[in-house]
Design a protein around this ligand. Structure first.
Ligand SMILES: C[S@@+](CC[C@H](N)C(=O)[O-])C[C@H]1O[C@@H](n2cnc3c(N)ncnc32)[C@H](O)[C@@H]1O
Length: 460
């Protein structure tokens, strides 16, 4: 299943494709994530993992034309960013020198020859000579078992970047990679191609859907009359498919927009570890240039070239307004859960239950909760005592203010001592006990299918 080829490299490097602006978003996200991934995985303890393996299964020819300049492709960016991330870690741990290998695969011999040339030009020949980087000319699917075995023998962490022309990455491929443990996948999900197939649903595509384990998915597409609902439905079904059939715990998307309304493809990140998702969310927030309030329920965060050009070819950080909107929505979502839990809920549970339903990162969770504490909607309890710390810990208990948790001995007195509530505040607080939190009507799409909690259920 492939779309018209846009990219073609010649072995001698004379023919090099132009980079479309929307594809730059993919590279920026990839490189930032790799750097952060290395810093988090290798930096978090004294020793860190000994081995890491990075695989680019559809690697292309290594470099693009970008006007008068060149623009590095995924393989070269992966090496550069691993080096950069490692340098950062080694500032703190100069003794740390893990064994990091790269496998680059492409089924076009011109492309792999061009990549080899570009790697040499970029000063990475020593990776080829030492065997730390292997370039393989073959169909990725025919190499998958070998790659999985290499990783099983090497152990350690692995990262797969899978960027085919079309819809080649079936959930079964993901399932095998994720079952390795400590492995994750960033893949391009060619939405534009899928929509073309879906809108026809002809018999000749039956085999494709069956092999894709997608017989039961996308079936209500015709019922999504509204454009926005349709886009969101496609995104959510894609996530659900990989989550359920790929046996993946955490799945997240980033929309690469071709124009103002059309998603060319989604970058889908799949992992079995909430830290990996958190690192990805931080990366995506950095490169999002869509307006949160309008686009989030439809596309999630994403990259659109119009904004990219308007900002003089430099990615700008998400605006303060986007952050404010995100925190507001998050506070509503979290308060709904806190108010449902009479005995309070730990920060960790709150985060894990909701992290796949919003783009907020841990610092934003903390900010939203601290704001609620300032407004005296909640209390935060650490080791049986109220805490005013701005740094919330995993087992801190978040509890709605009107409840005194009687099961914690001696807590009532402490509350009064810490709060020193004057009579006005007391009235305020009493009012709050009867205050019914009303959720803003949320986009139905804020709920991602396949997760247990449906936050749109109002309890009145
Ligand atoms: C979108 S391009 C990859 C671009 C590259 N990842 C980058 O960002 O610089 C897709 C590449 O996959 C290769 N390809 C297509 N089908 C393949 C397959 N079944 N196995 C391996 N490579 C394949 C093509 O030759 C092409 O170079």
């Amino acid at each position: 299943m492939s779309r018209k080829k846009k990219y073609s490299w010649s072995a001698d490097g004379k023919e090099i494709p132009d980079i479309p602006a929307y594809a730059k978003g993919k590279h920026l996200v990839l490189q930032e994530y790799i750097k952060n991934w290395i810093e988090v995985i290798c930096g978090h303890c004294v020793f860190g993992p000994e081995k890491l393996t990075l695989i680019d299964g559809f690697c292309g020819g290594g470099v693009y034309r970008d006007g008068e300049q060149y623009w590095d492709g995924s393989a070269i960016r992966m090496i550069r960013m691993v080096e950069e991330g490692l340098l950062k870690v080694q500032e703190r741990k100069p003794w740390y020198n893990p064994d990091i290998n790269f496998i680059f695969i492409d089924n076009n011999i011109e492309h792999t020859a061009c990549l080899e040339l570009q790697l040499k030009k970029a000063g990475f020949e020593h990776y080829l000579v030492s065997g730390k980087c292997q370039i393989i000319t073959n169909n990725f699917l025919n190499e998958l078992d070998k790659c999985l075995n290499i990783i099983r023998v090497r152990r350690g962490y692995s990262f797969f970047f899978l960027d085919p022309f079309g819809l080649d990455i079936q959930p079964a491929v993901v399932r095998e990679i994720i079952s390795l443990g400590r492995s994750e996948v960033l893949l391009t999900h060619m939405l534009s191609g899928l929509v073309r197939i879906l809108t026809r649903r002809e018999d000749r595509y039956k085999k494709f859907f069956h092999e894709f384990e997608a017989d039961e998915y996308y079936t209500d597409l015709a019922e999504q009359k509204d454009f926005r609902n349709r886009q969101a439905y496609l995104r959510n079904q894609g996530l659900l498919l990989y989550r359920q059939e790929g046996n993946v715990k955490y799945a997240w998307t980033f929309a690469i927009m071709k124009n103002i309304k059309t998603v060319e493809y989604y970058l889908i990140h799949l992992s079995s570890n909430s830290t990996a998702l958190e690192v990805m969310k931080r990366t995506l927030f950095k490169y999002n240039n869509l307006e949160y309030q309008y686009h989030y329920g439809v596309y999630g965060l994403g990259f659109r070239e119009l904004e990219y050009y308007e900002h003089n070819l430099s990615i700008y950080n998400i605006s303060q307004q986007n952050l404010n909107d995100c925190i507001d929505d998050l506070a509503e979502q979290l308060m709904q859960l806190v108010y449902e839990e009479e005995d309070g809920i730990t920060f960790e549970k709150l985060y894990l239950q909701t992290t796949q339903t919003n783009p907020a990162t841990i610092p934003l969770y903390m900010q939203a909760l601290i704001q609620q504490r300032l407004e005296q909607d909640i209390k935060i309890i650490r080791q049986k005592k109220l805490t005013q710390s701005r740094n919330i810990k995993n087992d801190d208990l978040i509890i709605k203010s009107r409840d005194t948790p009687l099961w914690i001995p001696g807590l009532t007195n402490r509350f009064e001592k810490v709060n020193k509530i004057d009579s006005d505040q007391k009235i305020n607080r009493e009012n709050q006990t009867t205050k019914k939190r009303r959720l803003k009507p949320q986009e139905t799409t804020l709920w991602i299918p396949g997760l247990s909690a449906d936050f749109n259920n109002e309890d009145d």
